[in-house]
Design a protein around this ligand. Structure first.
Ligand SMILES: NC(=O)c1ccc[n+]([C@@H]2O[C@H](COP(=O)([O-])OP(=O)(O)OC[C@H]3O[C@@H](n4cnc5c(N)ncnc54)[C@H](O)[C@@H]3O)[C@@H](O)[C@H]2O)c1
Length: 336
């Protein structure tokens, strides 16, 4: 196994599943990188057992990355601080981490002549638009700083390709959930937040009127396509994920049912800049052979099965926001 691939953000939800699948293929030596600022440390143990070499490090350490990427052919870049609304209050961290780590990685890729980079972008690049579901042909109008960092990376990849010959594929995921998700993050992943609140005996919070439409994607419906992008396509962008929109309040009720929680949920004020309805079409990926298989009911049952094997987690709140003004009440008062 001389062929080496790198997965960044490997302790995270999607990264750990991608790395696990890559290890099962037994075609590559898999190197995982994560600074453990998010994700779950417990995701790493089975991967290391299967032979993954793990580096705990911040991707902005370019010098170290240059050494690690020696003779690597493909990089799956999944590491990010990925919280849309929180990015409005931590813009420096968001930009510095997500853009800084991307460019640091690309410098190391150029240095080592890495052949291909697969980047997980996000539906957040679309912002609020009337045309639903979002398709790849639509213009992008991100409405939060996280979405802007994702779009900036998307716009930078063709430049790295043109100037340095590094191929790339962009995969825009949406609302991914599944076993391995960090349930202790109070700022993102609504299903994980609700599940942890239930484990802690608290009623889950639904923002606004709960009529917002989203579609949720089980991680099993992302990992294989992301892996394939390592050796297929070049310069392409794909939406992937489930295309069954469901209201937030219905999703919450189904999660409560799957966890056997009978006390229901509570409503909380709508959050600033939250997009009302948002889901995207995966038809472009479907035409290349992609399909999503896990419907929401089956996926949520699998997720809750995993959750119920876990103890509740103490939510990890940031000590200080960079902007304190208009912080949602539920964060300020640590209601989650
Ligand atoms: N989960 C979703 O719903 C979703 C949707 C769209 C896009 N994405 C994107 O997919 C990728 C993976 O998402 P996820 O849900 O698995 O996120 P995650 O938070 O579970 O994993 C991200 C990992 O990146 C690591 N990381 C962050 N900054 C780092 C740095 N500077 N150096 C090293 N490691 C660093 C974190 O510690 C974490 O383990 C992210 O880029 C995210 O933006 C996720």
């Amino acid at each position: 196994m001389d062929r080496k691939v790198v997965v960044t953000g490997v302790a995270g939800l999607i990264g750990s599943h991608v790395a696990n699948e890559l290890l099962s293929l037994k075609l590559f030596k898999v190197i995982g990188i994560d600074d453990l600022s998010g994700g779950m440390e417990e995701n790493l143990k089975p991967l290391i057992k299967k032979g993954m070499k793990f580096y705990k490090m911040d991707l902005r350490d370019t010098k170290k990355l240059k050494r690690i990427l020696n003779s690597v052919e493909t990089v799956y870049h999944l590491a990010a601080h990925a919280a849309e609304i929180k990015s409005l209050y931590n813009p420096i961290d968001d930009q510095s981490n997500n853009l800084g780590s991307f460019h640091s990685l690309m410098i190391a890729c150029v240095y080592n002549q890495v052949r291909k980079v697969v980047f997980t972008s996000s539906m957040s690049v679309y912002g609020t638009q009337d045309q639903m579901p979002y398709t790849e042909e639509q213009e992008c109008h991100p409405e939060d700083f996280y979405g802007i960092t994702k779009y900036a990376v998307e716009q930078s990849l063709p430049i790295y390709q043109k100037v340095y010959g590094i191929n790339y594929t962009i995969v825009r995921c949406h609302n991914v959930y599944g076993p391995g998700q960090n349930i202790g993050d109070p700022y993102r992943n609504v299903l994980a937040i609700w599940a942890n609140m239930i484990l802690r005996g608290k009623k889950p919070l639904v923002y606004g009127d709960g009529e917002q439409l989203r579609s949720f994607t089980h991680v099993d419906d992302c990992k294989n396509f992301i892996i394939e992008c390592g050796y297929k396509f070049n310069g392409e962008t794909f939406n992937i994920g489930n295309e069954e929109p469901i209201s937030i309040k219905k999703a919450c009720q189904l999660l409560c049912d799957a966890m056997g929680w009978e006390k229901g949920f509570e409503y909380a004020p709508r959050r600033p800049q939250e997009v009302k309805h948002a889901w995207s079409s995966s038809m472009k990926a479907v035409r290349t052979g992609y399909d999503w298989k896990v419907n929401f009911k089956a996926g949520i049952s699998d997720f809750c099965h995993w959750i119920l094997e876990h103890k509740p987690m103490k939510p990890k709140y940031d000590k200080q926001f960079e902007i304190e003004k208009n912080i949602p009440k539920q964060w300020k008062e640590k209601m989650i």
